[in-house]
Design a protein around this ligand. Structure first.
Ligand SMILES: Nc1ncnc2c1ncn2[C@@H]1O[C@H](COP(=O)(O)OP(=O)(O)OP(=O)(O)O)[C@@H](O)[C@H]1O
Length: 507
């Protein structure tokens, strides 16, 4: 029989929460709904939070961890994401640790010794779902619980639990053991995600054993009003510009942004001779590793600062790329000395990435996200475009869409579905891809409304104020642009039939 646990929490007032928000996290005030979520967590409830990308979901489990006695375990799916969060929390002076497959043995021993000492210094412990599935970790966490020191378990990117969600991770399903093992008393769980349809939410509840009646549920609209959505249409079957229409168009868009940046710099220099304008940061998503390399080198040859990022690169190279991108994106003064240089090079800071660079990336100043081809589905699109404008300033999400690419994606999805053992998973992927195609083909419904509808937002549809091409250009004009740009279904099908069968290196 487990020993009776010690009391988990002391009472924490709203004043404590606001004070901690300012003193530890350096934020002036809570964003709408954050305080309610945090209060429910601190009161010991199970919490489910589905909120838009960049809402500030991490704060909703980090702040309760700081004000509570004991350890909060955070389960996070990606090492890169975990690394970033641990680093940011350390910079804030929070006692945070992480254990994963790469943690050196001596380090693991040090962390575990602290966790089992009866009054651990560690407040936040980040782990992977794979680690949670090991006997060793389960024993460790049970022991911490018996000592009355396990205050909460937070599950980040909780949609990974569901086969209906994108990025399903089988080991997330094993988190079912949390509620069945960590009882007497039951340890509160907080599950957070930006992308959960009704079906995914139901899966999260049933797999984690969350009670519909007692779990405190919070949700915001998935819509990001500061992101301008737009789809650009091209044809690979009969392009207007020789072999490929898309690259020249991309170059012309970048040239336009460059000119606007120069105009801004010139006007600032009239007021202040030392004025500096940070480069424009952007992510261009592609589906193949080879395309990421190819595109980055094309942009580099054209004098634009662009780096590839995908799972085929060595770990060290990927970390280096991410660090360089971050330094330019946060306008590290050491990098901005060449202010008189008006070249394209100083205007941009671009990453050409596969989906390896996505979920959880929190760089505030990304001004555009381009999908150089059809995104895998609505969830992936929402997560990836959600990397833009996290400082709440205007940003763009642009999809470069061709019907030939649509043919390829559908073909690939059908082949994956034939190989996939889980029917739910393959059906979910097909459905999500279909919604993505509908999103791109659509010319008359506001794109913000489409995203909102897909996720079944309860919050009601806000006006987009011309923040999408449908509302800005109007359905008739957009329809003409689409018809002019795209190949017909028949042309696209015939074109892809002639293509050689390739061994693709998707992520
Ligand atoms: N109350 C607040 N005031 C100001 N900034 C905040 C506040 N809460 C969170 N932030 C900032 O918002 C940014 C986004 O937070 P976070 O990474 O937690 O988003 P998220 O909801 O997890 O998004 P995603 O689902 O896209 O990963 C972070 O830089 C964070 O510091």
């Amino acid at each position: 029989m487990p020993r009776a646990p010690l009391p988990l929490k002391r009472s924490v007032s709203i004043t404590d929460l606001r004070f901690t928000l300012r003193r530890v996290f350096g934020k002036d005030s809570f964003r709408p709904l954050q305080e309610e979520v945090i209060t429910a967590a601190v009161a010991g409830h199970d919490v489910f939070l589905c909120a838009a990308t960049s809402f500030g979901k991490s704060l909703c489990y980090q702040l309760p961890a700081v004000v509570s006695w004991g350890v909060t375990v955070v389960i996070s799916p990606l090492l890169a994401l975990m690394h970033n969060q641990v680093q940011s929390a350390q910079e804030l002076g929070i006692a945070v640790e992480s254990i994963n497959g790469r943690t050196p043995w001596a380090e693991k021993v040090r962390i575990e010794t602290d966790l089992l000492c009866g009054h651990p210094a560690t407040k936040l412990l980040y782990v992977t779902p794979e680690l949670c599935a090991t006997d060793h970790f389960r024993k460790l966490i049970l022991q911490i619980h018996r000592q009355g020191q396990l205050v909460r378990v937070a599950i980040d990117e909780a949609h990974c639990i569901s086969e209906w969600g994108h990025d399903f991770r089988p080991t997330y399903k094993e988190l079912i053991w949390l509620k069945s093992t960590l009882n007497c008393p039951s340890v509160p769980i907080m599950a957070v995600t930006a992308t959960a349809t009704r079906q995914v939410r139901d899966d999260i509840f049933s797999i984690l054993g969350l009670d519909d009646g007692t779990t405190r549920c919070f949700s915001t609209s998935t819509v990001r009003p500061n992101i301008h959505y737009e789809v650009q249409y091209f044809s690979e079957s009969n392009p207007e510009n020789g072999e490929n229409d898309i690259l020249p168009y991309l170059m012309s868009r970048l040239e336009f942004m460059h000119q606007r940046r120069l105009a801004r710099l010139n006007s600032l220099l009239q007021e202040d001779a030392a004025a500096v304008v940070a480069p424009i940061s952007g992510i261009i998503y592609v589906s193949l590793r080879s395309t990421a390399d190819w595109l980055a080198s094309k942009l580099t040859v054209a004098g634009i600062r662009a780096l590839p990022y995908h799972a085929g690169l060595e770990d060290e190279k990927r970390t280096q790329t991410q660090t360089t991108f971050l330094r330019y994106a946060t306008a590290d003064p050491g990098l901005l000395q060449a202010r008189d240089d008006r070249s394209l090079m100083t205007s941009f800071n671009i990453i050409c990435a596969t989906t390896a660079f996505g979920m959880g990336i929190d760089v505030p100043t990304i001004r555009f996200v381009i999908h150089y081809g059809l995104p895998r589905g609505m969830e992936a699109f929402t997560q990836e475009s959600g990397r833009a404008g996290r400082d709440n300033k205007a940003a763009s999400s642009i999809i470069f869409y061709t019907r030939e690419d649509k043919e390829r994606c559908e073909f690939r999805a059908r082949s994956d579905a034939n190989r996939e053992k889980s029917k739910a998973k393959s059906e979910a992927r097909m459905q999500s891809l279909k919604s993505m195609v509908d999103f791109c083909e659509n010319t008359d419904i506001c794109r913000h409304h489409l995203v909102s509808r897909y996720f079944g937002d309860q919050a009601g549809l806000a006006d987009c104020y011309f923040a999408c091409d449908v509302c800005k250009e109007g359905p008739a004009r957009l329809k003409r642009r689409k018809e002019k740009g795209l190949a017909t279904e028949t042309e696209a099908f015939a074109f892809t039939q002639r293509e050689p069968v390739m061994n693709y290196d998707f992520e």
